[in-house]
Design a protein around this ligand. Structure first.
Ligand code: MG
Length: 228
């Protein structure tokens, strides 16, 4: 097989990510429930606040923490307690320090792939936070480059293709998110491997669209071996 360039997503592709956020959100809702709202309503207000804060502050644990605090202040109003705010803050700090839980088969598969292809890690988020996660994962040695952007869209894909001189027919994006990994890659003419993750963040959901490149859907990361 010819040498390809494989752009590989990180969160929920190489390691668990969203499941930790979901767990914290469930605990947060339990904390706020005594203010007299349903769990669904609290979640709805949190989602709205997150959407607003992502536009302003980007992705990342700090933007998320700010959303939790704002949601609490909005719902608790005059009942808001300093101890509860401190507890929310502590939980967010814990989340940021959680060591990456590498997904099944990832190190072996990366070892196999890096012998045969050029690997570039391509993730979005807050640069310091994402690079700390990459460092703690111990996986950085498999990659020729680590690219962290504020948003994975057609503009950043196009920039990456030109920066790394990627021949599109030999370039593949591999990831769990239709919105950030699969659709924009296909739209700029790259190929894509979609590896669904059962806990993909709701804001990453989108129908997978056709593009000019090839699309492969695999049940798990280790199955990449049979394609590359
Ligand atoms: Mg991901």
């Amino acid at each position: 097989m010819r040498r390809n360039t494989l752009l590989i997503d990180a969160d929920d592709t190489l390691w668990e990510n969203n499941v930790f956020f979901e767990k914290l959100i469930e605990d947060f809702i339990t904390l706020v429930e005594p203010c007299g709202f349903t769990r669904a309503y609290i979640r709805h207000i949190l989602n709205e606040t997150e959407r607003k804060n992502i536009r302003q502050y980007g992705y990342g644990v700090r933007s998320f923490g700010r959303s939790l605090e704002e949601t609490y202040m909005k719902l608790a109003e005059h009942q808001a307690k300093r101890e509860t705010l401190a507890e929310i803050h502590d939980r967010v700090v814990d989340l940021e320090r959680t060591p990456p839980k590498i997904l099944d088969g990832v190190p072996d598969t990366l070892a196999y792939l890096t012998e045969r292809h050029r690997l570039i890690l391509f993730t979005k988020g807050e640069p310091a936070e994402q690079s700390a996660k990459v460092q703690r994962s111990g996986l950085q040695g498999f990659f020729e480059a680590i690219e962290i952007v504020h948003e994975k869209d057609m503009v950043t894909y196009t920039g990456l293709v030109s920066k790394h001189k990627i021949v599109k027919s030999q370039g593949w994006m591999i990831g769990n998110s239709p919105r950030s990994d699969i659709n924009p890659a296909l739209k700029v003419g790259l190929n894509a491997v979609y590896i669904p993750h059962q806990h993909t963040w709701h804001m990453e959901h989108e129908p997978v669209m056709a593009g000019s490149g090839k699309l492969v859907i695999l049940p798990g990361f280790r199955e990449l071996r049979s394609h590359f």
